[in-house]
Design a protein around this ligand. Structure first.
Ligand SMILES: [Zn+2]
Ligand SMILES: [Zn+2]
Length: 137
């Protein structure tokens, strides 16, 4: 977590943080700060250690929150994690995660460099869990 862009005034800092914590506790997706620039509206990511502005007009903010932080734009919460992980005994230790919704194994990390990257999982969760939500009405 970060507390906003660099150079932001630090007076009354403690109070401000407490206030926004309770305000946004149920909505992890909503940017805590926005600004309007030449490319359109931008949202501030407070989850990156360094923070950063992402364009909301071009879905940059949406992709960043969904695939870098795993926060669903639909539920405004963190995606459900895999119910189980399996690690292949190969040289890159390919890892799959079991999806509770479709009961399928989804590749989570692969490639020549062993990397714990959940982007593939978030992409799957976004699609699969949404279908599930739409089907069950
Ligand atoms: Zn971020
Ligand atoms: Zn699934």
């Amino acid at each position: 977590m970060n507390d906003g862009p660099h150079g932001a005034p630090s007076e009354g800092f403690e109070e401000e943080v407490d206030e926004s914590e309770s305000l946004f506790a149920s909505d992890l997706y909503a940017p805590r700060l926005t600004r309007r620039g030449p490319p359109g509206r931008e949202g501030w990511c407070s989850l990156c250690p360094q923070g950063g502005w992402y364009s909301m007009k071009r879905s940059q903010y949406l992709y960043h929150m969904q695939y870098d932080h795993g926060i669903s734009s639909l539920t405004r919460k963190v995606f459900e994690p895999p119910s189980m992980l399996r690690i292949w005994n190969d040289e890159v230790e390919t890892t799959d995660g079991l999806c509770e919704h479709c009961s399928e194994w989804i590749p989570i990390c692969f490639g020549p460099v062993r990397k714990r990257d959940f982007k593939a999982w978030f992409k799957h969760a976004h699609k699969c869990h949404r279908d599930k939500m739409e089907r069950s009405h």
